[in-house]
Ligand binder design. Structure first.
Ligand SMILES: NC(=O)c1ccc[n+]([C@@H]2O[C@H](COP(=O)([O-])OP(=O)(O)OC[C@H]3O[C@@H](n4cnc5c(N)ncnc54)[C@H](OP(=O)(O)O)[C@@H]3O)[C@@H](O)[C@H]2O)c1
Length: 248
């Protein structure tokens, strides 16, 4: 698969101001990537993320709920970087505070579903045009499960994983040189989860980012973070829905 030479690999991370996105920026920077980082909190990227990077980086404000502006921003950042090999779709919000409130649910869908799909389409268009590339979507183990309190979040991540699987099938069938990696983290300690007292097998953001960077560089189709969640995913795939629902 054609890419730029190792020293000039270029990646954009959408949702790079904290947690997994920020830690992944550090890992990809160590691996030599020139980075484009986007999120709403521009100052945090400038003051807390950029100082941790050892390679050149460009930052830009982006709110993925405004797709048209976000697409323009993505194109501008890529232009500043002089190209792109990898686009990581990481921006997301959790469902813990959403419950069944309609407005909060709609906001979650605007970010995790519509924002994700809008940026996925643009990433695909860019890579189709240049003839190669790598799209990474940050989904969740939650994509495999229903949840009485997190229905919108879990459903949004099921959308992400199913869409990534479909995208992988599409590029394969069309013979396009575009890699597609679906990342399914279990619990990772980040600002999103710091209030969650019911987590287990919790990975630190730095450890999670190291594993994700490793799987990105290997161009794995699916990445479980940490690794033990692969077994959980396999067991869930075997379990009849009736039994699963009784266990939850
Ligand atoms: N932590 C976990 O246990 C866990 C597990 C599975 C999956 N995940 C997924 O991992 C991803 C990162 O989450 P995290 O845990 O690292 O949480 P986080 O620290 O809250 O990071 C979320 C990132 O998404 C960005 N974002 C949110 N809304 C955005 C918007 N409208 N436009 C652009 N960027 C936006 C945030 O930036 P701004 O707020 O600055 O815009 C931030 O950079 C999410 O997709 C999450 O669902 C997390």
């Amino acid at each position: 698969m054609k890419t730029h030479s190792n020293s000039t690999r270029k990646a954009v991370i959408i949702g790079a101001s904290s947690g997994i996105g920020a830690a992944l920026a550090v890992e990809l920077s160590k691996a030599g990537y020139i980075l484009g980082l986007t999120a709403r909190r521009l100052q945090i990227m400038q003051n807390e993320v950029q100082p941790r990077l050892v390679s050149p980086s460009h930052i830009a404000f982006m709110d993925v709920t405004d797709i048209h502006t976000s697409v323009d921003t993505l194109r501008k950042v890529i232009h500043q970087m002089g190209g792109v090999d990898l686009i990581v779709l990481n921006a997301g919000v959790s469902g813990s505070s959403v419950g069944m409130e309609r407005e909060a649910t709609e906001e979650l869908i605007r970010i995790n579903v519509l924002g994700f799909a809008g940026m996925l389409h643009e990433a695909y268009r860019i890579f189709q045009k240049q003839g190669y590339g790598h799209i990474v979507g940050i989904s969740s183990i939650a994509s495999l499960l229903p949840h009485p309190n997190g229905s919108a979040y879990n459903a949004s991540k099921a959308f992400v994983s199913n869409y990534m699987d479909s995208m992988r099938l599409r590029v394969k069938r069309r013979g396009e040189k575009i890699a597609v990696t679906d990342v399914l983290p279990g619990y990772v300690l980040t600002p999103m989860t710091e209030e969650n007292k019911r987590m287990f097998w919790v990975a630190g953001a730095d450890k999670a980012a190291r594993q994700i960077a490793h799987d990105i560089i290997k161009k794995k189709p699916v990445s479980y973070v940490s690794r033990r969640w692969r077994l959980v995913a396999w067991l869930l795939s075997l379990m009849p829905r009736g039994i699963l629902n009784r266990l939850l």
